[in-house]
Design a protein around this ligand. Structure first.
Ligand SMILES: *[C@@H]1O[C@H](CO)[C@@H](O)[C@H](O)[C@H]1NC(C)=O
Length: 442
């Protein structure tokens, strides 16, 4: 890839990225508390959950109050609805077949408010869902002008096969604690192998190699906490197990990974012991943005897909992520450019050409990694059935693992550094190749 093409490549890549990331389906399932105050919305969505044939929904509503005195309570109620059937309901309403979503025959009615005792301001309801599918819990208010206030506690879970224990994770992600745990073991193994390698090649170890070790260890710890956090949610429906640790490690992991890509991209400690000003600026942009990204991530996780600011924070997160991904590409492009110029002028064509090839590969691999984990994974998430949502997590973790292994393998400490041991024949061949490249502008 030519150095001039690399810059515009980064730009068009980021545009594609923004366009391709459309709507992301999440199904975080926890026990949720929602406060609704004087809300006139005709439809209020709460949470989405993938049920198995043994699904349960617990609904506890309290502090129920309305803006008018004697509303027709049969026009207010909770129901479960899949995304597909929701479109059909909208169609039915448009065709005037029904006046209110609650009258539709394709929804699963959970509770209409006319069943509460007269004068009561709260109710508890238990609902069995045996049609396996992914449903959204929705409240419909079919009385225009009526404002509703209430506190809603909703808990959706499946009962596990024989043991009948509650599983608060949605059907497609219930295996995730195990998946994260297995990956964290793999990273701990990689970290151990890396320590061994550093010890064996201790004479040729650079500072960056210790930094790489830190990145791998943080990734392993992050996965371990994520496994524990998810398994805590699975058992209790509550997100407050190791979630703080998890957020801390994702934050550190995010910062160190992006910093590592920038440092390798600039050739820091391989090619030169210091960073230039513009390269430092990239780091000064990326690190604060990672702070913002992590705050956004926390808000996104805590509020759930129908929370009030969810969409805004999701957009903040995506924007910041895209900027970080593009920013880390620039130092690599600069290095490629510098190496190309050096190869022409300083007479050590072969040495520079080898570094150049390495950096070009690295550039392509970073792009593939970013593209895969940001775009392909989200595409997978949207097209796979709710039952196989975990596959997109596995795909993303596999891609990440491949990226870590590639980086480690290509920039490992070497006793006989190929950069500096080059004989005359190779030197000649390299000069030839450079001339060829110049002629054809490869
Ligand atoms: C919520 O409702 C369910 C189903 O009626 C009931 O078993 C449970 O005890 C209630 N929980 C609370 C906190 O009121």
């Amino acid at each position: 890839m030519p150095s001039s093409g690399a810059g515009s490549g980064a730009a068009s890549f980021s545009v594609t990225l923004i366009f391709l990331i459309s709507f992301i389906s999440t199904s975080i399932a926890e026990i949720r508390f929602t406060e609704i105050r004087s809300d006139p919305r005709p439809i209020i969505a709460f949470d989405e959950f993938g049920f198995t044939h043994n699904g349960r929904l617990e609904l506890n509503v309290s502090k129920l109050a309305f803006s008018s005195t004697e509303p027709d309570l049969s026009k207010l109620g909770f129901f479960l609805c899949t995304r597909d059937s929701w479109l059909q309901v909208l169609q039915q309403i448009e065709d005037n077949e029904i006046a209110c979503a609650l009258q539709s025959n394709i929804i699963h009615e959970v509770y209409t408010l006319n069943s509460i005792e007269k004068g009561a301001a709260s109710f508890n309801h238990f609902y069995l869902q045996s049609d396996a599918d992914q449903y959204t819990l929705v409240f419909a208010n079919c009385l225009p002008q009526l404002k509703v206030s209430m506190d809603v506690r909703s808990a959706m879970y499946n009962l596990d096969g024989k043991s009948k224990t509650r599983d608060y994770l949605s059907a497609g992600i219930t295996v995730l604690p195990r998946v994260y745990f297995v990956f964290s073991l793999i990273y701990f193994t990689l970290a151990a192998a890396w320590v061994y390698l550093l010890y064996k090649k201790r004479l040729t170890v650079f500072g960056i190699h210790f930094f790489m070790l830190a990145v791998v260890v943080l990734k392993a710890l992050n996965l371990l906490c994520e496994a524990e956090d998810k398994s805590y949610i699975k058992r209790t429906g509550n997100a407050h197990g190791w979630d703080i640790l998890f957020y801390i490690f994702s934050f550190l992991k995010g910062i160190t990974l992006f910093t590592l890509i920038v440092l390798i991209g600039t050739g820091w400690s391989f090619l030169k012991p210091y960073l230039q000003d513009k390269e430092k600026k990239v780091l000064m942009i990326v690190i604060p943005l990672q702070v913002v990204a992590n705050i956004a991530q926390v808000v996104i996780d805590e509020s759930g897909p129908y929370g009030q600011d969810w969409v805004t924070w999701k957009q903040v997160f995506l924007l910041v992520d895209v900027i970080c991904c593009c920013a880390v590409l620039f130092p690599i492009v600069w290095s490629i450019k510098n190496l190309r110029e050096a190869a022409r002028t300083d007479g050590k064509a072969a040495v520079n050409l080898m570094k150049l090839t390495l950096f070009r590969h690295y550039y392509v691999v970073v792009i593939c990694y970013i593209y895969f984990t940001r775009v392909v994974v989200y595409a997978l998430e949207t097209i796979t059935s709710y039952k196989y949502l975990w596959t997109s997590v596995v795909a993303s973790e596999m891609a990440t693992l491949a990226f870590y292994v590639f980086t480690g393998y290509n920039f490992k400490p070497e006793a006989h550094n190929p950069y500096f041991a080059v004989d005359d024949d190779e030197e000649e061949a390299a000069s030839e190749q450079l001339k060829l490249e110049d002629e054809f502008e490869l």
